[in-house]
Design a binder for this molecule. Sequence first.
Ligand SMILES: Cc1cc2nc3c(=O)[nH]c(=O)nc-3n(C[C@H](O)[C@H](O)[C@H](O)COP(=O)(O)OP(=O)(O)OC[C@H]3O[C@@H](n4cnc5c(N)ncnc54)[C@H](O)[C@@H]3O)c2cc1C
Length: 377
Amino acid sequence: MQRSERSHYDVVIIGCGLSGLAAGIRLAHFGKKVLILEKHNAPGGLNSFYSIAGRKYDVGLHAVTNYVPRGTKGGTPLMRVLRQLRIDWEDFALIPQKTSRIQFPGVALNFDNDFQTLEASVAAAFPKSIEGFRKMVSILPTFDEALSHPNRSTSGRAFLKTYIQDPVLIDMLLCALCYYGSAREDDIDFSQLAVLFRSILMEGFARPAEGIRRIIRALLDRYRQTGGERQMKCAVTALNIKAGRVTSLTLSTGEVLTADTVLSSIGAVETFNLLSEKPEAAKPPIPGALSFVETLSHYPLALTQGLWEETIVFFSDHYPFCYRAPKELIDPGSGVICLSHNYAFKGEDIPTEGCLRVTALAHPQAWHKLDASTYAV
Ligand SMILES: Cc1cc2nc3c(=O)[nH]c(=O)nc-3n(C[C@H](O)[C@H](O)[C@H](O)COP(=O)(O)OP(=O)(O)OC[C@H]3O[C@@H](n4cnc5c(N)ncnc54)[C@H](O)[C@@H]3O)c2cc1C
């Protein structure tokens, strides 16, 4: 739905990425007059899509985590999100992964959407650590417990060390968990460890054959049906503050809107920078040190046959695993390889091309210092 003429909203959401859309659906569903503002012309944010010369690309999607088969009982996060957004299971059309791997020098752990595969792999590669691994899994907080856990910001690495003897196994688990969600160098917050361990290693990976388009379309349809409004190509340029509260928003179109509540999904640093007046007591948020580069290649499917069956490979070509901002532009010594054609596609969903994504750690300031033409090369 396009934006109406009225310029006051119950809630304005900055950003039409996945979180902005999900929040918009819930709020509109409960009767709020909601507007989503997005500076780009395409929805989806970091998880958006584009086309070049007729070929479709996803900006980022490797995998939808937390995959569980249709009808799984027990309020798993995927089932809960679908229920809360009133989206049917079929609307996301998720296809499960085949198999994935964590690869270190001379040792590999295999995993898939059945946790027993990882357990058996740990038992075979690290027999002395399997009991500790099982104990660790048995006391791991649930998703809900993890988010409000009193130790949520403590070291995930220290937690693993309490249960697992073998430092290589600890680094292998950290490699997978950090790459998919740690903002902390060489470590991960305890609550994040618990959430990601469950999301990636105990539940699992899937993806729609069409990629992220399918999910964004389902979210946009739902948002529209609930009566939510959105305006694209419209950046918020200032959050105007009076007496410590946001009283209005200035837009790149020159308009000024008011709202009872403003939700921002654009990041703490970016939101802080929009404030017309910085609260005296507030410390400016500090940008994280970690950043990534991702390369994407398409090639004939026949080239991959018999070579790689995995969907995702987390790797480090050295031990100990090093998860920190590199001194050079990138550190190709560890990362994630995603073969997005290697999901369990069937029939007409089987892709006609191979697609290889490689993610590695990068040094953000070093990239920012490059002039535009060098950056592009
Ligand atoms: C390369 C890469 C690969 C990834 N792979 C996966 C994956 O496989 N699986 C997975 O689950 N997650 C993955 N992620 C993470 C996932 O993409 C993000 O966690 C998720 O997209 C964040 O969504 P969001 O809505 O919170 O924020 P964002 O996607 O950042 O959305 C914020 C939106 O706000 C807009 N915006 C910014 N400033 C303004 C402004 N001033 N006014 C108006 N609009 C503004 C932006 O344009 C953007 O659309 C990946 C991320 C990257 C970068």
